[in-house]
Design a protein around this ligand. Sequence first.
Ligand SMILES: *Cc1c(COP(=O)(O)O)cnc(C)c1O
Length: 378
Amino acid sequence: MCSKEKPSPRVPVARPQLPDCRSLIPYLQLIDENRIYSNFGPLQSQLAQRLQAQILRHDGHVLTCSSGTSALIAAISAVQTRWAVQGPLCLLPGHSFVATAAAAEFCGFRNVFVDVDPQTWSLDPVALQNHPKIDQAGLVLVVAPYGRAIDMRTWQAFQDTTGVPVVIDIAAGFETFANHKADLPETIPIMMSLHATKSFSSGEGGLVLTRDLEILAHATCSINHGFLGSRHAKIRGQNGKMSEYHAAVGLAELDGWQEKTARMQKVSDGYRRVWKSAGIPGKLWSAPNVSGCYILLEAVSKQQALDCLVALDRSGIDARFWYGQGLHKERAFRHGDAPQVLPITEDLCARIIGLPCFVDMGANDIARVIEAIRTSSP
Ligand SMILES: *Cc1c(COP(=O)(O)O)cnc(C)c1O
């Protein structure tokens, strides 16, 4: 009665692989010897120093945090203190992950969602200068979606001319720095996430990168209960420090980073090859144009995207709209306001589908994904 053939398992959208226990042991032994488990311990320092040398080439400072979200809150709190921020509003793109909007609200801002540029999928610095609410803005939160490269010099110029502080969320942008040798802006802090689903990971973790020593000090204060040098809370802080255990994972991840990058690139190349010969309308985004943890299908229409999703699901393949329908549509950030329309954000959110992507994804699975999309497309 039972079929001998096992049904092929569902292909997940992500299947992270972090350093195995054997590569962690030397670092865990150090923790046993040190008996320091958090509070800027020696493994954390080592990770910060190695990242500073490797991804910043000593041009700037690295603050490790317990998550990307805590890093974002630290960066925002730091610029609030650094520039004595007045304006109550935060201008930010509708096209991002929910953590971006939540971090600004945790820091006391009222969010104003702005539509993005259809080419960069990100805020347009020229258009934003003329935003009707720019005079009430105390913060601009720029997002580099999916780790796409972003022109940080233009944002530094924007901050210098408008006087509105900027923080950049490049949550998935590890490779933008590690592989493309991007320069940090003079006084704008950058945030990255080291979550397991991002390409470089410590399990949970985040980074603030900055060249500005004052911002570094305030951000450090923010993740350590507002303490800096004494047990007086200088600002309203949080506990956002990276533990030594997470630093151990980060160090082992850094040891194997070159190999992991090569595996991610192989998946990206595999997708590109099959995609090219399939002749499907739309565009496939993969590393190095987006982070290696994403393969994105930019469908030509909402209908094509919907048809794809149905076909993928029927073939046992998971897919995801990583940024939902746009931040302005999330109930948590609506506060009972009238529904807002951001046409470009909504269009991108409905057309960009996250396809399965993980380091050990084989050629068969890649072929299965593209075949499902091909049969559903005109
Ligand atoms: C992943 C991500 C975050 C949040 O990072 P966590 O480490 O999960 O807290 C914030 N913004 C964007 C754009 C992200 O992709």
